[in-house]
Write a protein that binds this ligand. Structure first.
Ligand SMILES: C[S@@+](CC[C@H](N)C(=O)[O-])C[C@H]1O[C@@H](n2cnc3c(N)ncnc32)[C@H](O)[C@@H]1O
Length: 307
């Protein structure tokens, strides 16, 4: 099956689709670093670095499956219009939400056989969501919604995301995954990274580390900047976001997750690369924004089998 990937980011969706046997022929994003990372890991895909709200869909190569993960920032609970803190923030979030219409435009022009759209579960609370979904139905898709927990697909992370699938003939049913939820512990590179003594952490972080160790034992995962209670290593890590907030604690020492550990938390294979010159915060952002590849793999495989 030939696919394209809109809002392709670092390529989690492409990676999963490729593992499922699809050929991703075109991928686009407006962030140059994301396009570079995608191109380095998926050299056979054609790439475009552009604002997809202004794409000319008639110029795309032929494809069957439309993959898309439009911007989610405007859909998180804190970003709903009534709660946005200022007019500027509201307008920025409106602009981000509008990226979802690129999926409708592209599907209207290119008429793929199927589509997969990923977003946060709050996407369905968007006041235009009924119209957005109805537009895709009008184009001829049978739409289904799936809340998927990445850990159920072999990813060592409890990450809940919404996947909306559009198929032509009959509604899509996602087969239940029989896999157990993997622990994050085996992902940790104990010999890597810059460890620091816990007594050198900020007072707030020290307090959180000590509370987590009392509850979970000497080795655990902690978010050093939030009120999260921490995670034992025999469980999946909790949601990885675009913020660099997870630390590994090992008795009297701690350090931030390594970038490889962040990538493993998302389910990227260890061969996945990013430029050494990229800033840590950009890589964390690209990884935290990604679709977990094993989830995309299982979805695309099921779509290919059903099609
Ligand atoms: C949820 S992330 C996509 C993750 C990606 N599918 C993956 O699996 O790695 C959304 C992406 O959309 C990009 N983006 C946001 N607005 C855009 C726009 N107007 N045009 C193109 N890309 C945009 C962001 O840079 C970000 O990489």
């Amino acid at each position: 099956m030939r696919a394209i990937d809109l809002f392709a980011g670092f390529g989690g969706m492409t990676e999963g689709a490729t593992q499922a046997g699809a050929r991703v022929v075109w991928a686009a994003n407006h962030w140059a670093l994301a396009v570079d990372v995608h191109a380095a890991n998926h050299p056979d895909t054609a790439h475009a670095c552009q604002d997809l709200r202004q794409a000319d869909w008639s110029r795309l190569p032929r494809f069957d499956l439309l993959l898309a993960a439009p911007a989610c920032q405007g859909h998180s609970e804190a970003a709903q219009p009534a709660r946005a803190s200022s007019e500027d923030v509201r307008k920025r979030h409106d602009g981000m939400r509008s990226t979802a219409w690129a999926v409708v435009d592209c599907a209207d022009v290119c008429e793929p056989r199927a589509l997969v759209v990923e977003n946060v579960p709050e996407f369905r609370e968007w006041r235009l969501y009924p119209e957005w979904r109805a537009a895709l139905e009008r184009i001829g898709f049978r739409m289904t919604e799936h809340i998927v927990v990445a850990a159920d697909h072999g990813v060592p992370q409890l990450r809940e995301r919404l996947f909306i699938v559009g198929t032509r003939r009959r509604p899509f049913g996602l087969p239940l995954s029989a896999q157990g939820r993997p622990a994050f512990g085996p992902c940790i590179e104990w010999d890597a990274g810059a460890w620091r003594p816990t007594h050198a952490a900020s007072p707030g972080a020290r307090e959180r580390i000590s509370a987590a160790q009392t509850r979970l034992g000497p080795r655990c995962l902690v978010q050093h900047t939030t009120g999260h209670r921490g995670v034992p290593l025999h469980e999946p890590i909790r949601t990885v976001t675009t913020k660099d907030q997870w630390i590994v604690v090992d008795g009297p020492r701690y350090r931030p997750l390594t970038l490889r550990e962040y990538a493993r938390a998302m389910g990227f294979p260890d061969r996945y690369t990013w430029p050494a010159s990229a800033s840590r915060s950009d890589v964390v952002k690209g990884l935290g924004n990604a679709v977990a590849p094993p989830v995309a793999r299982d979805l695309v495989r099921a779509i290919c089998e059903a099609a």
